[in-house]
Write a new protein. Sequence first.
Length: 66
Amino acid sequence: MAKFAATFKAGTPVIVEGKIKPETYTADGVEHRTISIKADYIRKIDYSSPNEASESNPAKPAKKAK
C-alpha cells in the first residue's frame, strides 16, 4: 500500500481505513506527540466527473405517506 500511496500528490483526497495509534517521544528535552495510521485500505477519491447515472436520471422527490 505504501507504493500506491506514494503515487498521490499532496492534497489528493483519499479514504483510509485502519487503526490510529497516538505516540509520544522526547527529543532534546521536549515531548512530541504524533499519530500514526496503520492502513488496511486506501482509496483515491475522484471528484473530476459526476456520476453518469445521476445525470441521466435525476432524483425525484419522495412521495408523502398517506
